[in-house]
Design a protein around this ligand. Structure first.
Ligand SMILES: Cc1cc2nc3c(=O)[nH]c(=O)nc-3n(C[C@H](O)[C@H](O)[C@H](O)COP(=O)(O)OP(=O)(O)OC[C@H]3O[C@@H](n4cnc5c(N)ncnc54)[C@H](O)[C@@H]3O)c2cc1C
Length: 502
């Protein structure tokens, strides 16, 4: 490793680690600066009281509303980023998501390229993350040039029973594409994986898959505990010349040829805004005034279906979803969204939200319940914004398309009641759960309206790329990680041919 790396990647989440894997074989010297440390192999990783009741892994950070009130967001800073906690649903956007789509409230804009452009990279990302799945079950499924390399995760009998009932009622449940080696996961402890941190226990996350591949090359290095605080441009305001970061309280700098920002959709926008200088008074890459805008996070709810006659003895539950309301409401109306199983609620998890009810009673309820995740598209809106106010991060989330989400939840409740669950409860996720944050540094064809070009290069700073979920022009109603990974591989190839070939 030379003293100044060729490339510095800021953040080791899905975007940062996947682009590192894509660039590793180029031989360029690559340094990954990661603010956090490793998730260690500790008993708390599978202790639902520690995770959900005591918030053991939740950073103590506060973000703020525009009225000055603070809230504690579930945004994770560790090697592998949020993917260490993710539900590992590694799914493609539907091909229709790349075109303009009329929603109940507003229009989801077209991507600057069609699905076919990303398709080969989706295939590569699925192979890399060893996605388990089955083609041909979901009528909304886009074209795949490669089949999944592994069959779906086996469905537990209590869950298979519900899938059958939904099918009998006209739904089209499909096996969720999942990045989990279930035998390895269960060998450590019999728990679900969604929202449970992974050390190296079989969940295919950014650290265990992409970063591990990248670090097999001795030209790639990871430096933990290194928080980037500012990017500085050359005097003419063009190239990024210096990265300022803090390592164990010591201020340090680096000056690589290329800077790849992948700190997550909130932190990447904040870093660009905080790096304002005389040439860029509103922040770097921000001539379009779009940095921090178009924040999206999905409209989503947990939906709990209960029946005294149904017994749920499953461990991980999360094996199917359905898209019957995805492209339309099922009656020719606008799209409503995706439904997928959550990772099996328990008394210990319910207790976190209902502290006054005894855990034994909640355990009894959960043993007769099955829980779903209803997810609707959040449409980009310029007033949905991340702002930097001194040291504070301010989130003004202007939700869009909420009525469509309420409609989705109502229809899901109807479907579940028809499937034999007389009691169906729901609870919406709010800004304290920014799990699907995206859109804050979007890509587009016009520098006047987008900070990034179609390869995530900043129009104003030719040696700066942003490859985390910030670049997404729309949120669709699909879990984001595989799309971030696919684009990171596409950008890696572009950098190899355009920036490293010379
Ligand atoms: C509980 C949970 C469940 C989820 N389930 C799913 C799912 O099933 N499927 C799916 O597709 N998605 C899921 N997601 C979302 C998914 O995890 C994210 O979309 C994805 O991980 C985002 O990757 P990223 O690269 O954009 O950013 P991040 O994961 O946020 O990574 C950013 C990295 O940058 C580091 N960093 C931040 N600031 C700095 C700085 N200043 N300097 C240096 N480093 C910095 C962070 O520590 C972090 O490691 C889930 C998320 C959560 C929290």
């Amino acid at each position: 490793m030379t003293e100044q790396p060729d490339i510095v990647i800021i953040g080791s989440g899905i975007g940062g680690s996947t682009i590192a894997a894509g660039l590793a074989a180029s031989g360029a010297s690559i340094l990954i600066l990661e603010a956090g440390g490793h998730i260690e192999d500790r008993p708390e990783n599978r202790d639902q009281r520690a995770i959900f009741q005591r918030g053991h892994f939740r950073p103590k950070e506060l973000w703020y509303e525009t009225d000055g009130s603070g809230f504690n967001p579930g945004n994770y800073y560790n090697v592998g980023g949020n993917s260490k906690f993710f539900g590992a649903v590694l799914v493609r956007y539907r091909s229709e998501d790349f075109a303009e789509m009329q929603h109940k409230e507003g229009v989801s804009p077209a991507w600057p390229f069609a699905y076919e452009e990303l398709e080969p990279w989706y295939s590569q990302a699925e192979q890399m993350y060893q996605v388990r799945g089955a083609l041909g079950e979901d009528p909304t499924e886009p074209h795949h040039s490669l089949p999944y390399a592994f069959p779906p995760i086996p469905e537990e009998p209590a869950i298979a029973k519900v899938r059958t009932r939904l099918k009998q009622n006209g739904m089209h449940p499909y096996s969720l594409p999942l990045g989990v080696d279930i035998d390895r996961w269960l060998a450590k402890a019999k728990t679900p994986w969604d929202a449970h941190p992974n050390s190296f226990d079989g969940k295919m996350d950014a650290e265990t898959v992409a970063l591990a591949l990248a670090l097999q090359h001795n030209n790639v290095r990871l430096q933990i505990g290194s928080k980037v605080t500012r990017l500085e441009t050359a005097a003419d305001g063009g190239r990024i010349e210096t990265i300022h970061y803090q390592q164990d309280g010591i201020a340090r700098t680096l000056s690589p040829k290329l800077v790849i920002l992948a700190a997550g959709a909130v932190q990447s926008a904040v870093l660009l805004l905080r790096s304002a200088n005389d040439k860029h008074p509103t922040g770097l890459a921000n001539a379009s005034d779009q940095v921090g805008r178009n924040f999206m996070n999905h409209n989503s709810s947990a939906v709990l279906a209960i029946s005294p006659f149904y017994r749920n003895d499953s461990v991980y539950q999360k094996t199917f979803g359905f898209n019957d309301f995805y492209l339309s409401d099922g009656e020719g109306g606008p799209p409503l969204g995706n439904v997928q199983l959550l990772g099996r609620v328990s008394g210990k998890i319910l207790k976190a939200n209902m502290p006054k009810i005894p855990e034994w009673l909640l355990d009894r309820v959960s043993s007769h319940a099955i829980d779903f995740y209803a997810m609707s598209e959040d449409i980009p809106h310029p007033d949905s914004r991340i702002m930097a106010d001194g040291d504070r991060i301010v989130l003004q989330w202007h939700r869009t398309n909420w009525d469509a989400h309420l409609d989705l939840v109502a229809r899901l409740k109807g479907v579940l009641k028809a499937a034999g669950f007389p009691i169906v409860l729901s609870r919406a996720f709010d800004k304290k759960t920014p799990s699907h944050q995206c859109g804050t540094v979007k890509m587009g064809t016009d520098a006047a309206t987008s900070p990034l070009d179609l390869y995530c290069r900043a129009y104003q700073h030719q040696n700066l790329f942003v490859v985390d979920a910030s670049f997404l022009p729309t949120s669709a109603a699909v879990n984001p990680a595989l799309t971030v990974a696919a684009q990171a591989l596409r950008v890696a190839e572009h950098i190899k041919t355009r920036d490293l070939a010379a």
